[in-house]
Design a protein around this ligand. Structure first.
Ligand SMILES: C[S@@+](CC[C@H](N)C(=O)[O-])C[C@H]1O[C@@H](n2cnc3c(N)ncnc32)[C@H](O)[C@@H]1O
Length: 772
């Protein structure tokens, strides 16, 4: 296996070799950058290879000087020291880290593997440790490396950053190794090798737990204390075939802690999710608020624009019908026209940008008044007014013509009247003059004068006649003048009419323009109205959005409150936990001495009972309850009512148990048929799967033949129990002896002795508690 360094950005997946078809795992060449074979991190300082080698030398060379935890087996070192020494020597000579030749990290392919099932994805990077070759029992596999720290320090780290918690760690139970460590300046109860940031292959061993049916546990860790410092190693307690996954028992404590940390991780993830949500929501709110403000502003602007345009439209509509009404009303026509000329002709085509302030200068006061008081014209109203306008214009022309006709008639009548009167006067004067002449002729005849002298009266009359004649001449000349005047008047009138016509045409053009403008205005207004409606719709939507946001805000606020509450609760729980831990620490410290005393008792007890009375290796643990009840069931009395017997019986019991153990359960190196008897799978009544041991299969029949039915029943119960409680060793039940009619004296005496010792131990424990 060639070693290579794993770059920071590389994942284990990058190093996966071609998968072996059908294999449960794919080997991964994992060689941690930091782990240099015989070098590991001790807190924050890295031990050099030399220092590490010294430690290894001490372990492998003179192991007896060191104190080991309960798991360490002298047999391991005795068997492997030469091999291990060889390895260390090789590593030291090459100056290179020595890759492990016995284990390899593997990417888990097997979809039924509980670790893969727990990961809930076929692609998740989950690994396990596999045997790289066939392993003999109790081989030294690797040292477990990581940062050594106290449990309190580890917990602090996990609380600060829960995402890495409870995955790679090995906790050394100082009670178990029976050593009081005083590392890091204070006595330590529990130490942890934290492999979160710094690890080797060892950290990839998985737990044997697998739902209902656990897998066999084939490796374990053991601790060694060297110069007051703890070290952890991995060994296989069974023979393991190449490619088999190495599994250990993490212990209940690990999974309890794991569950707590997972809960914390889930809570931390939840908090992060809520925070992200709040941020997103507030961002969304800010965006929509900005949009809202912008739309409101736009809306205000458009409304203003609309008002202004409406005013302009009103102005246009007010100017045109106002002029027509004034003309119709018969007010001073010329002045009206002049006003119209001033306000209409001089006016530019309607400029939409004009301000309404110059209204007064562009329309009559009446128009201005109308403008102020008029309601906003609608499309209907404006077409209606256009019709009225045209109607009024026609009426105005008709009236104008009518008046002109009347004036003409009056003028002619007046003229004829005057002419008649003048004619009458002239005739009267003529008659008078005739009479005068006649009178003169008579008077001359009477006086005989040939010349006729007129009397003063006649002169006066003559004078009058002359005047009348000149008047008459004037009168005769007058029609001439009148005709001239008439012509002038007609010319003037035509001129005026022409002008009026021009004005009317101009006015009509203006009206046309105004109408066009009105159409434009209406279109514009409709457009604006449509826009306004759209904006109003948007505003309504915005309002709904605002409401939703408000609700979301409230929700976020509630969530915040909830989180705060939860935090408070957590804080309380934490402080409670701390209090409890302190209490536990105090208890543990005061209990330590008692434990040592108890442990001394145990030592004596076990030594006596297992060496002198019943050898421990063959019996395993004596199941008192099973023993008592089996005995009672068979004999109807409790076992201690029977008398003690000879050594022969003990030897016989021992021999039978040994044989049973060997033939049936086997040894840890070569497990017997007890372990071959595998459970079968069937559908349970509740639905789903369940495991059971089938009595109808060959195993059970063989046990019955070989050991008798009662023993077969006991073994059946034991097999089920082992399976249920994941026990590694079956309890060798002394009831066999009774079943096979053997003397049970040895067992009984052992049990009695054991009971007495237990009573003593309990007494010591009680005394210790009293003292505390
Ligand atoms: C020391 S690591 C083992 C290596 C790990 N499988 C990996 O891929 O990095 C321990 C973690 O593996 C997972 N694990 C180990 N044994 C397991 C089991 N029997 N069932 C489910 N998950 C397990 C858990 O997530 C645990 O926190």
């Amino acid at each position: 296996m060639s070693a290579r360094l794993l770059h920071k950005e590389e994942t284990l997946l990058d190093l996966i070799e071609d998968p072996v078809p059908g294999a449960a795992h794919r080997p991964v060449h994992y060689w941690d950058t930091e782990f240099q074979g015989a070098e590991w991190k001790y807190r924050n300082t890295t031990k050099t290879s030399e220092e590490a080698q010294k430690v290894l030398d001490r372990i492998y060379g003179t192991h007896k000087e060191y104190q080991f935890g309960v798991n360490i087996l002298p047999i391991l070192l005795e068997q492997n020291i030469p091999k291990l020494k060889e390895r260390v020597r090789k590593a030291a000579a090459s100056g290179k880290p020595e890759p492990p030749n016995s284990v390899e990290v593997g990417f888990i392919n097997d979809p039924d593997d509980p670790v893969r099932i727990a990961a809930n994805s076929p692609f998740a990077s989950v690994y396990g440790l596999y045997a790289a070759r066939d392993l003999q029992p109790y081989e030294w596999l690797q040292m477990y490396t990581g940062h050594l720290c106290t449990v309190a320090e580890y917990n602090e780290q996990v609380s600060a950053d829960p995402k890495n918690g409870m995955k790679y760690l090995y906790t050394i139970d100082c009670d178990k190794v029976n050593v009081e460590f005083e590392l890091f300046g204070a006595p330590n109860e529990e130490l942890t090798v934290d492999a979160t940031h710094f690890r080797n292959e060892c950290a990839f061993v998985n737990d044997c737990r697998a739902g209902l049916h656990d897998r066999p546990c084939n490796v374990e860790m053991f601790e060694a204390v060297i110069d007051g410092e703890p070290y952890v190693f991995l060994t296989n307690k069974l023979a393991v075939a190449r490619g088999t996954q190495l599994l250990m028992d993490y212990g209940k404590k690990f999974w309890d802690g794991h569950r707590i940390v997972q809960k914390e991780q889930a809570e931390a993830r939840k908090i992060v999710r809520v925070k992200v949500e709040v941020l997103e929501k507030s961002e969304q709110m800010a965006v929509s608020e900005r949009e809202n403000r912008r739309l409101r502003k736009e809306n205000r602007r458009l409304r203003k624009e609309n008002r202004r345009l409406r005013k302009r439209l009103e102005l246009v509509q007010a100017v045109a019908p106002g002029a027509a009404v004034e003309t119709v009303a018969g007010e001073n026509e010329t002045s009206t026209l002049a006003t119209l000329k001033a306000g209409g002709r001089n006016k530019r085509p309607l400029d939409l940008g004009d301000s309404s302030a110059d209204l007064d200068t562009k329309c009559t006061p009446k128009a201005a008044k109308m403008l102020q008081g008029s309601a906003a014209p609608s499309k209907h109203a404006s077409t209606e007014e256009g019709k009225q306008l045209r109607k009024l214009e026609v009426q105005r022309q008709e009236l104008q013509e009518e008046q002109l006709r009347k004036l003409e008639v009056q003028r002619q009548e007046l003229q004829e009247e005057q002419l008649r009167k003048l004619e009458v006067q002239r005739q009267e004067l003529q008659e008078e003059l005739e009479q005068l002449r006649k009178l003169e002729v008579q008077r001359a005849r009477v006086s005989g004068r040939t010349t006729v002298n007129l009397s003063p009266k006649a002169e006066i009359q003559e004078e009058q006649l002359r005047k009348l004649e000149s008047k008459g001449r004037e009168f005769q000349e007058e029609p001439e003048q009148l005709r001239k005047l008439e012509v002038q008047r007609q010319e003037f009138q035509e001129e005026q009419l022409r002008k009026l016509d021009v004005q009317r045409q101009e006015f009509q053009e203006e009206l046309e323009q105004l109408r066009k403008l009105e159409v434009q205005m209406q279109e514009f207004q409709e457009e604006q109205l449509r826009k306004l409606e759209l904006q109003e719709e948007q505003l309504r939507e915005l309002h709904v959005l605002e409401q939703k946001l408000l609700e979301k805000r409230k929700e976020v606020y509630k969530n915040k409150k909830k989180i705060e509450g939860m935090r408070g609760q957590l804080e309380e729980e934490r402080s409670e936990k701390e209090l409890f831990e302190n209490m536990v620490t105090a208890c543990v410290v005061t209990d330590q001495k008692t434990k040592w005393q108890i442990s001394d008792f145990y030592k004596i007890c076990f030594k006596d009972i297992f060496i002198n009375v019943i050898p421990q290796k063959t019996f395993g643990m004596v199941d008192l309850e099973a023993f008592t009840s089996a005995y009672e069931a068979r004999h109807g009395v409790k076992p201690d009512q029977r008398r003690n017997s000879s050594n022969k019986a003990a030897n016989d019991a021992y021999a039978i148990c040994q044989m049973a153990q060997k033939n049936f359960c086997g040894t840890s190196e070569a497990p017997g048929p007890f372990w071959d008897w595998k459970p079968k799978k069937r559908t349970s009544e509740q639905g789903g799967w369940e495991y059971f041991f089938d009595k109808a299969d060959g195993f059970y029949a063989n046990i019955v033949i070989e050991w008798g039915r009662t023993l077969a029943e006991v073994m059946y119960d034991e097999r089920v129990c082992c399976d249920k409680h994941q026990m590694e060793y079956p309890r060798v039940v002394p009831a066999w002896n009774f079943e096979e009619n053997q003397d049970t004296a040895a067992v009984i005496s052992a049990r009695k002795y054991f009971q007495d010792q237990l009573l003593l131990v309990r007494q010591v424990r009680k005394d210790g508690e009293h003292r505390r």
